[in-house]
Write a protein that binds this ligand. Structure first.
Ligand code: NAD
Ligand code: AKB
Length: 341
């Protein structure tokens, strides 16, 4: 990794990954790209391009301009937004990924390697997948358009690796929990919103049933794991579809109970909507032993540690008193965020 492009750099993951990679590689070595204008802080910190990632010629120009050798392709339309606009989800998710893979193939034909990271999701699984300890290799028949694009994307990545030798690596992220940038229209967003609402209003109305269990991960673990996968020796990477990748699983009621310990008097009500059907089609727990064995994946944050750190950072962000708590691992520095929860 010398010159990196992060597409979707303004999103929940991209806005944190760009910060971490610029810290490691230097600000000028990491280029951000998004459809949306960058926040002021990002703009000042390093190069940033506004582009629709479905524009292949535009993407090629940017790759050449900065001599990019590694792409973290994070552009995507997530599950809940995808169900509202399935055509957009297919167009953005598939066209942009195909563009990135094609550019890597064409560049490889000129004897230059472009390394690609592309995220899949637990959404690649469906209602007929075993929901407990979902194995690496299993039934994958998703019933959301988002999930369809993730399965198709995984197979496309593997195809480009097998046929053209493109070094493309992938992780099936669970729901990601973070305090710096708001999530972008997924089914697992409740697990972020509950913290914001607890700090700001002392109550939350959850759009999933209390017993709904989903796999989740704190953002610092996700960012570290993503970089570790890309840093791993190629011979260790035996899975070229996408790796199961896991940390914790809890129900909405269990998370609400953790939040209540940190915000006494917090109340959570439940009013399930159309996202319940999506959540019901996804796994509850994930078996990620293959990632742990092949490239040493290990999570650090359990539910309690994640909740404590989330709360401390959000209280700091919103200027609330933090009674005896200190942020454990993630930095107390707010990133620009354009979205409100
Ligand atoms: P996000 O919605 O927060 O960010 C996506 C970014 O892509 C946004 O900033 C958006 O402006 C940008 N974008 C959308 N269409 C674009 C286009 N045509 N051209 C350029 N930019 C465009 O999403 P995220 O949570 O950061 O997710 C990033 C990736 O990780 C996605 O592929 C998503 O499916 C995957 N993922 C995320 C989670 C999660 O919990 N956050 C879980 C599993 C997988
Ligand atoms: C979503 O809920 O759509 C995402 C995901 C798990 O892929 N957070």
């Amino acid at each position: 990794m010398k010159k990196v492009l992060i597409t979707g750099a303004n999103g929940q993951i991209g806005s944190e990954l760009i910060f971490e990679l610029r810290k490691r590689l230097g600000a000028d070595s990491v280029v951000g790209l998004d459809l949306r204008e960058p926040g002021e802080e990002q703009q000042k910190a390093g190069p940033y391009e506004v582009l629709d990632a479905t524009d292949k010629a535009g993407l090629e120009k940017i790759m050449a301009k900065y001599q990019i050798d590694t792409i973290f392709h994070l552009v995507g339309i997530l599950s809940a937004t995808g169900e509202k606009n399935p055509n957009l989800a297919w167009k953005v998710n598939m066209t942009s990924l195909l563009n990135v893979l094609e550019i890597a193939r064409e560049t490889k034909a000129k004897n230059q390697d472009i390394h690609i990271f592309w995220p899949s999701s637990i959404a690649a699984f469906g209602p007929t997948t075993p929901r407990e300890h979902t194995p690496q290799e299993t039934v994958m028949v998703p019933t959301t358009m988002y999930g369809v694009t993730k399965v198709a994307g995984e197979l496309l990545c593997q195809y480009y690796y097998l046929k053209y030798g493109v070094d493309v690596r992938s992780i099936r992220y669970p729901g990601l929990i973070s305090w710096k940038t708001a999530p972008g229209g997924g089914t697992t967003d409740y697990a972020v919103a509950i913290f914001y609402e607890a700090v700001q209003n002392g109550k939350y109305e959850c759009y999933l049933e209390p017993g709904t269990v989903l796999p989740m991960m704190y953002m610092p673990d996700a960012i570290r794991g993503t970089i570790e996968l890309m840093d791993a020796p190629a011979e260790n990477i035996k899975t070229r579809t996408s790796y199961n990748f896991s940390a914790v699983s809890f129900s909405c009621a269990e998370l609400a109970a953790e939040v209540k310990k940190l915000v006494p008097g917090f109340e959570c009500a439940y009013n399930p909507d159309s996202r319940q059907k999506i959540a019901n089609s996804w796994p509850k727990t994930i078996d990620d032993s293959v990632a742990r064995a092949e490239w040493g994946w290990k999570h650090e944050f359990d539910t309690r540690k994640m909740a404590t750190d989330m709360m401390a950072n959000l209280k700091h962000k919103f200027g609330r008193p933090v009674a005896g708590q200190k942020a454990a691992a993630s930095e107390q520095q707010a990133h620009p965020t354009k979205r409100k929860i």
